[in-house]
Design a protein around this ligand. Structure first.
Ligand code: ADP
Length: 255
């Protein structure tokens, strides 16, 4: 299936390396987005990473939520500057959209954002969305933009959410703890049991773990949308799926 509009969400853990934003991973991501756009697939990017970017210039303790907000506020323009430089190499523009989940509860605000995003995409500009961390802390505390990106996918008329994670797929159990865990390639429903597990984020910049991803997937399945979970460290699997329609690695959530 060829997608018309997709949302790509990249987590903090993928974008962060040695406590700073990884240039190489950002370049790979921007390169993929440029190639998708060449094939007329519209892309909305939901990017974490503001806290890590802020931390490189002011190493405050990241354990307090107040400090995280300060770091996000410092890091957000730095992160966007990095994206702008990378997109410029492809003669592409990107833009910043800061949202909180509450904005999408309001029909009026959602509509205003929809119109702007449609217009940005018409002008071949890549909208880069992040939670507005100064006035909202949901995703800073729990979820790392997993929920926000699901909501963005539904509200801004995308067919698919791609979550680029530090794990290459959904497994039958946590593969870091169980060597007999097996990949689940296609998932068509998510049970309440699976959503009850405790969050198990991997790494100090990550917050969600697999549960917030399953919640995002359930939200989208309930709305007849699809989600694809794959690794953000190597983009071959997602590239193969989006550009060639070949599902090699990664998990497709589809009804
Ligand atoms: P990200 O930073 O990419 O958002 P997280 O570290 O928050 O990702 O969550 C992904 C982690 O969830 C994996 O690295 C893995 O250790 C853990 N995990 C727990 N259960 C599972 C499972 N069933 N399948 C895949 N990963 C799982």
């Amino acid at each position: 299936m060829k997608f018309k509009r997709v949302v790509i969400k990249v987590g903090s853990h993928v974008l962060t390396e040695n406590r700073a934003v990884s240039k190489k991973r950002m370049i790979d991501l921007v390169d993929l987005i440029a190639r998708l756009m060449e094939r007329d697939i519209e892309v909305i990017l939901v990017s974490s990473g503001a806290v890590s970017a802020g931390y490189t210039v002011l190493p405050l303790d990241k354990l307090t939520i107040g400090n995280k907000q300060v770091l996000a506020s410092i890091g957000q323009p730095l992160l966007l500057k990095m994206y702008q430089e990378k997109f410029a190499k492809y003669n592409l523009l990107c833009s910043q959209i800061l949202l909180s989940a509450a904005d999408l509860d309001s029909k009026k605000r959602t509509h205003l954002a929809q119109v702007t995003i449609d217009n940005l995409l018409k002008n071949r500009v890549v909208p880069i969305i992040n939670e507005n961390d100064v006035i909202a802390t949901e995703e800073l505390v729990f979820g790392d933009n997993d929920q926000l990106s699901a909501s963005v996918t539904d509200n801004f008329n995308a067919e698919l959410l791609v979550i680029l994670s530090d794990i290459d797929a959904l497994y039958t159990k946590d593969p870091r703890r169980h060597s007999d865990a097996e990949i689940r390639k296609e998932v068509s429903q998510i049970t309440d049991e699976e959503l009850k597990d405790m969050p198990s984020p991997n790494g100090e910049f990550a917050t969600g773990g697999i549960v917030t991803k399953l919640k995002a997937a359930k939200y989208l399945l309930d709305r007849d949308k699809q989600m694809f979970l794959s690794t953000g460290f190597k983009l071959d699997d997602i590239e193969s799926f989006l550009l060639n329609g070949v599902h090699r690695g990664g998990t497709l959530f589809k009804k």
